[in-house]
Design a protein. Structure first.
Length: 234
C-alpha cells in the first residue's frame, strides 16, 4: 500500500508539473533506465523494417547493440554484475560482426546464444535493482517495463538460436516467406509473453511455448506490482 501511494503521488505530480517537476537527482537517476527502455522499443519496431539486405542487417546489428551497451552500463552501476556482462558483450560483438561479413548458421546461432545470455543476465541484474528498492521512483517503473520487453527478447533469441542450429524445428505459417522468418519469431515471442494462451505458431515441442508464457506471466506481474496504481492515479 505504501508503494502504491508513492506511485500515485509521483504520477499526480508528473501530471501537474510534467518532467520539470522532478528534481535534478531524479531526472539523472531515471535517464539510463529510460534510454534502455526506448532503445528496446526502437529495436522491436525497426527489426521488421531493417531485416532485409546487407545494409539493412548491418544497421540492425548496430541498433541491436545499443540496448546491449545500455544494459551493460546500467548493470555496471549495480555492484557485482559488470565482470559477467563485459565478456558476453565482447563475444557477442565479435560473433555479430563475423556473421555480418561472413554469414553462416553457426556464427548466427552463436550470436543468438550470447544475446540470450546477455539479456538473461540483464533481467536478473535489473530485477535485483528493483528488489532492493526502498521506494518507487520513475527509474523503477522504466526498469520494470524494460524487464518485460527483455523477457520477450530472450525467447526471441532462444527461438532464433534453435532455428539456426536445428532448421525446421519450429513450426511456421505456410504463408510466411523465409525472409520474414525472424520477424515472425519476434512477433511470436512478444505476443506469447503477453498472452500465454496463444499457440497458433509454436515450437514442435510445446515446452517452449509454455515456458515463454510463464516468463510472460512473470513479467506482467512484475509490471503490475510496480505500476498497478497507474490507472487509479490518472
Amino acid at each position: 500500500m505504501a508503494s502504491a501511494s508513492i506511485v500515485c503521488w509521483k504520477l499526480q505530480r508528473l501530471k501537474r508539473t510534467g518532467w520539470k517537476g522532478l528534481s535534478m537527482q531524479e531526472k539523472t537517476h531515471a535517464r539510463p533506465d529510460l534510454y534502455l527502455l526506448l532503445s528496446l522499443l526502437l529495436v522491436i519496431l525497426m527489426y521488421p523494417v531493417l531485416n532485409h539486405g546487407f545494409l539493412g542487417r548491418l544497421m540492425l546489428g548496430l541498433l541491436t547493440f545499443v540496448p546491449v551497451v545500455l544494459a551493460t552500463v546500467r548493470l555496471s552501476q549495480i555492484k557485482g554484475w559488470l565482470w559477467l556482462t563485459v565478456p558476453l558483450v565482447s563475444g557477442e560483438f565479435i560473433a555479430g560482426a563475423a556473421d555480418t561479413f561472413f554469414p553462416n548458421r553457426i556464427l548466427e546461432g552463436t550470436k543468438w546464444v550470447l544475446l540470450t545470455a546477455i539479456f538473461g543476465v540483464s533481467i536478473v541484474g535489473l530485477f535485483s535493482f528493483l528488489k532492493g528498492a526502498r521506494s518507487i521512483l520513475n527509474a523503477h517503473l522504466y526498469t520494470a517495463v524494460s524487464i518485460y520487453l527483455l523477457l520477450g527478447l530472450v525467447w526471441f533469441a532462444i527461438y532464433s538460436a534453435i532455428e539456426d542450429f536445428y532448421p525446421g524445428s519450429i513450426l511456421r505459417s505456410s504463408s510466411t516467406a523465409m525472409a520474414d522468418r525472424p520477424s515472425e519469431l519476434l512477433y511470436f515471442s512478444l505476443v506469447t509473453a503477453l498472452n500465454h494462451r496463444l499457440r497458433r505458431r509454436c515450437p514442435a515441442s510445446r515446452g517452449g511455448a509454455y515456458s515463454s508464457g510463464a516468463g510472460g506471466n512473470y513479467g506482467c506481474s512484475l509490471c503490475c506490482n510496480h505500476g498497478g496504481a497507474v490507472s487509479q492515479c490518472l
